[in-house]
Ligand binder design. Structure first.
Ligand code: S3P
Length: 435
């Protein structure tokens, strides 16, 4: 098992950095580039493991995709001309690949088998299978009901008006993608807004899409055409460095060109409400997605309650927010986040187990965590549980731990942030402010 040992106990973070491209936008750019006819040029693509699985899958379907680092060119004959693949499609660890692809393949004209790694094969697929079956999809589960591997026979689907039982952009996107193949209106109704990159990008590729309040409608059977996509930096990756700066004495950093879509910026609200020194500036818009620079410095932090509609806007940041809360004065309550139990690992269990090893005062609840702070953290050996966001949380904890932190199974960090350790080293400098 790969182990990384970090001793950042006398370091603080300073300087400017750009983080790799947004994972959600990178996946969707390849997917829509493959569905559309013609050429799509993607700049700032995230070359993390999850997005590489998405590229490989569409190459198997006969789409020409050439990647040179963060530049990707997709040349597609359009979804109607995809080839039946010779072998199963492998989504690796990527829930976004598996769930969005299920929606796309359900209304295609090919038959495929979709597989994933051990973690992904334990994650619920019924949340996409149920609405897709209601649209007439032919999806069967090969081994255990409603888990990968899935066999998907592309058929002519019917429109649906679907009220989402969970706030999930993956489910919403799967249904909207399926709706592209239908001569009629497919409607998704959300109780709480989840990330809306699919809706924004569908417009860029020429789809007919309407958004009113919590209703999204796609009118299908329209030819989509390839376009250019600029991927901003991933705020979910930046979150680790932002929290590192917020909790480490003497730190002050700028993260440049990160995505600032309001369905993703809950982490900035939390940092601000806790008292961190945060400034957002140079905000611009590209391809319908806002992005800009964020300055963040260390300041005294106060505990807050995090729950309700903000949860989908920071769902992937909750592991690093739990670490942040260990340094805030008072009791931080995270609630309404039971979705954490079905991520790459059960993140409520994994975060509480690992932070307790460092001496944190943290308890799991059914739908969140309760954290009392501030607590000094000790060093120790932590497991990533094969979950990239747990691995990065452990690494950032090293900045405020009195002894070294060993991270077991750290290579999974490459799933979303391949240059994470290099970027952390670039910002870390020896601190004379600490003891
Ligand atoms: C994602 C949606 C979220 C998020 C995941 C990426 C997406 O999942 O946790 O990392 O790109 O649509 P859910 O749809 O399950 O909330």
């Amino acid at each position: 098992m790969d182990v990384v040992t970090l001793d950042l106990s006398n370091q603080r973070l300073t300087g400017e950095i750009s983080v790799p491209g947004d994972k959600s936008i990178s996946h969707r750019a390849v997917m829509l580039g493959a569905i559309a006819e013609g050429t799509t040029q993607i700049e700032g693509f995230l070359d993390g493991e999850d997005c590489l699985r998405t590229i490989e899958i569409f190459q198997q379907l006969g789409v020409e995709i050439v990647r040179e680092n963060q530049s990707v060119t997709v040349v597609s004959p359009g979804i109607a001309n995809w080839k039946t693949p010779k072998s199963a499609l492998y989504a690796g660890n990527s829930g976004t690949t598996a769930r969005l692809l299920t929606g796309i393949l359900a209304g295609s004209s090919i038959t495929t088998i979709l597989t994933g790694d051990d973690s992904l094969s334990k994650r619920p697929m019924n949340r996409v299978i149920e609405p897709l079956r209601a649209m007439g999809a032919s999806i069967s589960s090969a081994i255990t009901q409603n888990y990968l591997p899935l066999s998907i026979e592309g058929v002519q689907l019917n429109p649906i008006d679907y009220k989402m039982p969970v706030a999930s952009a993956q489910v919403k996107s799967a249904i909207l993608f399926a709706g592209l193949s239908i001569d009629g209106e497919t409607v998704v109704i959300e109780k709480v807004h989840s990330r809306d990159h699919t809706e924004r990008m569908l417009e860029q590729f020429g789809a007919t899409i309407e958004r009113r309040g919590n209703r999204v409608t796609v009118i299908g059977n329209k030819k989509l055409t390839g376009t250019n996509v600029h991927v901003p930096g991933d705020i979910s990756s930046a979150a680790f460095l932002m929290v590192g700066a917020a909790i480490t004495k003497g730190s002050s950093i700028t993260i440049k060109n990160i995505g600032l879509n309001a369905t993703r910026t809950g982490i900035l609200d939390v940092l601000f409400r806790m008292g961190a020194d945060v400034t957002v500036h140079n905000v611009e818009d590209l391809n319908g997605e806002p992005y800009g620079h964020v300055d963040i410095s260390n300041a005294p932090l106060t505990a807050i309650e995090i729950g309700g509609d903000i949860i989908p806007t920071l769902i992937d940041e909750l592991p690093i927010i739990a670490l942040l809360a260990t340094q805030a004065t008072g009791t931080t309550i995270i609630k309404d986040a039971s979705e954490l139990r079905v991520k790459e690992t059960d993140r409520i269990m994994a975060v509480t187990t690992e932070l307790k090893k460092l001496g944190a005062n943290i308890e799991a609840t059914s739908d969140g965590m309760i954290i009392n702070g501030p607590t000094p953290l000790l060093g120790g050996t932590l497991s990533s549980h094969g979950d990239h966001r747990l691995g990065m949380m452990a690494a950032i904890a090293s900045l405020i731990s009195s002894k070294k932190v060993e991270i077991e199974n750290a290579s999974c960090i490459a799933i979303s942030y391949p240059s994470f350790f290099d970027d952390l080293k670039k910002l870390a400098i020896s601190s004379d402010l600490k003891g």
